[in-house]
Design a binder for this molecule. Structure first.
Ligand code: PLP
Length: 344
């Protein structure tokens, strides 16, 4: 199987499995797991924040951030295709009791002028703007890199209004790898950040949220409330540490393969590549293939290739650690056979 559904399908490396076996552990709810502590210290350092917290998933990390920053009745501003808005089951309304106000972005960027207009003034009728969420890379924008200048502008507007900025950086390490900059160059323009260890970085599970000491102290309580306080979880922190320190540099390879895949697919007339491939995600519009998304995905699967639906006429293909150059070649051959069977 050539599994291009997501970078979340990556399995732990041998080194990670060995580290899991050997991990020193303790009860992390009592603050006694030395491996978790090492992971959190290292994460805080890499992310340029005072403190960090190991959480079960990216979704939990984002939700803890919203719960910690906001009060019920607040309004949260975010880009209209943001993961927190689009893919988290309405959790921010269900758990934090906040309402969302979405802003139409450009390839994941929130235009600062629209942001300014969306921030609420002091009026008895209005909800208070409690948080601004940004996302980098932006998943629904096809793994788009949000430029550092945009992050700086958004953070500046937020600071002028005393509103915190949370970065959903599930794939922030892809941004840093692609632009060859330290991760902290991006988190500098945020109040808090969430990063996934379990996507391109390859850990079996877990995310990190980072921010000030005071924020992380309150976040720890929210994690417990949500049932995310785990016990001998050093077995998961150990591979997380390897993911964060040793797997980041190779992410660029995934981006090169994604671009090669996109270039090859562009040569097939019936397909349109709808995203500019900045990182490891390729989004293809298949409308002109004469097949439905469902049918095409089924045909691909019959040829041992997996992808996911991404819209009424689009599919998403994501490169990762287990995808090789020859997998890309084979994928292109299968697309050609499926869509242009007569040409040779
Ligand atoms: C995957 C993802 C998340 C959620 O992470 P999970 O670990 O799957 O809960 C959040 N934000 C973005 C942008 C993501 O791509």
């Amino acid at each position: 199987m050539i599994d291009l559904r997501s970078d979340t399908i990556t399995k732990p490396t041998e080194e990670m499995r060995r580290a899991m076996y050997e991990a020193e552990v303790g009860d992390d709810v009592y603050g006694e797991d030395p491996t978790v502590q090492r992971l959190e210290e290292k994460a805080a350092e890499i992310l340029g924040k005072e403190a960090a917290l190991f959480v079960t998933s990216g979704t939990q990390g984002n939700q803890i951030a919203v719960l910690t920053h906001c009060q019920p009745g607040n309004e949260v501003l975010l880009e209209e295709d943001a993961h927190i808005f689009y893919y988290e089951g309405g959790a921010i309304s269900a758990f934090a009791g906040v309402q969302t106000r979405t802003i139409k972005g450009e390839r994941g960027k929130i235009p600062p002028d629209l942001l300014k207009k969306a921030i609420r003034g002091d009026d008895i009728h209005f909800p208070e703007t409690g948080l601004i969420c940004i996302e980098n890379t932006h998943n629904r924008a096809g793994g788009a890199i949000v430029p550092i200048e945009n992050m700086r502008e958004v953070y500046q507007v937020a600071q002028e209004h005393n509103i915190p900025v949370h970065l959903d950086g599930a794939r922030l390490f892809n941004v840093a790898a692609e632009l060859e900059l330290p991760v902290a160059a991006f988190t500098e323009h945020t109040t808090t950040v969430q990063i996934c260890l379990s996507k391109g970085l390859g850990a079996p599970a877990g995310s990190i949220i980072a921010g000030s000491n005071e924020f992380i102290q309150r976040a720890r309580k929210w994690r417990k409330r949500l049932g995310g306080g785990l016990r001998q979880v050093g077995v998961l922190a150990a591979p997380g540490l390897i993911a964060m320190t040793k797997m980041a540099d190779r992410l660029k390879e995934d981006h090169v393969r994604a671009r090669n895949l996109a270039e090859g697919l562009k040569a097939i007339e019936e397909l349109e590549i709808v995203n500019h491939v900045d990182t490891n995600i390729v989004v293809a519009d298949i409308e002109n293939t004469g097949k439905s998304v469902e049918q095409l995905l089924e045909d691909l699967k019959a040829q041992d290739i997996l992808a996911v639906p991404f819209g009424p006429s689009t599919i998403r293909l994501t490169t990762h650690h287990h995808i090789t150059d020859s997998d890309i070649e084979q994928t292109l051959q299968v697309f050609q056979q499926l869509l242009q069977p007569v040409q040779k």
